[in-house]
Design a protein around this ligand. Structure first.
Ligand code: PMP
Length: 301
């Protein structure tokens, strides 16, 4: 399990790791009523560079709006959030790259199944930037579980309770000897992984499920689409059939905790990427954008 750094931001202050606890009767515990995001921080010469921090904050706000957690937007501005993340990193002084998980919990005892007008608290902790899949190549299995559709628990909102769906599917893949799962949407099209988006390459075109396919609108997915545009690689956002994965020239995944990882196997079928693979071109551009302090996506904390 990843190492968690000792100081945690909890309820408007920094506290020791063991004191950052939520009440057993809070809505966050009872219903998974909290939203979260995880962002990458590059550490270089004692400086902290957060990747696409504004986009992460915006997605937290959007998630709250979708779920109806209305006290968050009132209490928090981006500037306050950035200042708190800075304080958190400086209190922990990591010397290597880390992830920060920031969450807004509904921290109210037994309010029943509702979301508006309830007290929220921001928490954030720093942990080692260990990838969730082997970054030199992942092996994926299509899950028997389907991605929770937008009309049940919106995938576009990054809400903690929804991750039971990811846990079911990924545990099943691990039990079968794979690294992660592929979740199909309710109509049988490829959606995403437990915590990553998916791309394929066919005949020189980069293809990824469109945002109406019950996916989380991943910030790294958006980064790769932007980089592909800059590199003049044609991009299509459309429905993908499972069998297209089997015959794709290349398959790769993106996500904060999955970075950009090539896929080697899907359902026991090997993906054989050609030497001049588009994945390699995009991967070089992606890691440069993620890790270079000069990248326009960085916020210096
Ligand atoms: N899909 C799901 C379900 C996820 O949990 C994640 C991780 N946040 C992603 C996709 C990738 O999103 P991002 O690139 O913003 O990390």
């Amino acid at each position: 399990m990843a190492n968690i750094y000792p100081r945690i931001y909890f309820d408007n202050q920094l506290v020791p790791k063991d004191e950052a606890t939520l009440h057993v009767a809070s809505s966050a515990v009872l219903y998974g009523l909290s939203v979260y995001t995880v962002f990458h921080v590059t550490v270089e010469n004692g400086n902290y560079y957060a990747f696409r921090l504004k986009d992460h904050f915006k997605r937290l706000l959007d998630s709250c709006r979708i779920i109806g957690i209305d006290t968050f937007g009132q209490d928090w501005s981006y500037d306050a959030f950035e200042a708190d993340m800075k304080e958190l990193l400086q209190a922990n002084s990591p010397t290597k790259n880390v992830f920060v998980r920031a969450s807004f919990h509904v921290n109210e005892l037994l309010p029943g199944t509702r979301s508006r007008g309830l007290k929220t608290s921001l928490s954030a902790f720093v942990y080692d930037a260990d990838p969730i899949v082997p970054t030199d190549g992942a092996r994926l299995k299509t899950s028997v579980w389907r991605r929770t559709p937008d009309y049940s628990i919106p995938s576009r909102a990054k809400v903690n309770g929804a991750y039971v769906n990811s846990v079911l599917a990924r545990q099943d893949a691990i039990d079968s000897g794979y690294d992660d799962c592929i979740l199909l949407d309710s109509s049988g099209h490829v959606a995403e992984l437990s915590a990553a988006n998916i791309f394929i390459v066919r005949n020189g075109t980069l293809i990824t499920p469109d945002t109406n396919t019950d996916i989380l609108e991943g910030i790294n997915r958006r980064t790769v689409i932007e980089l592909a545009d800059t590199l003049d690689i044609p991009v299509a956002q459309r429905s993908i059939d499972l069998t297209e994965l089997y015959i794709a020239d290349e398959v790769f995944i993106t996500g904060t905790s999955a970075f950009l990882t090539p896929v080697l196997v899907v359902d026991a079928r090997e993906i054989k990427a050609p030497e001049d693979a588009i994945t390699k071109t995009l991967s070089d551009a992606y890691y440069d954008a993620l890790l270079s302090p000069k990248s326009p996506y960085q916020t210096l904390l």
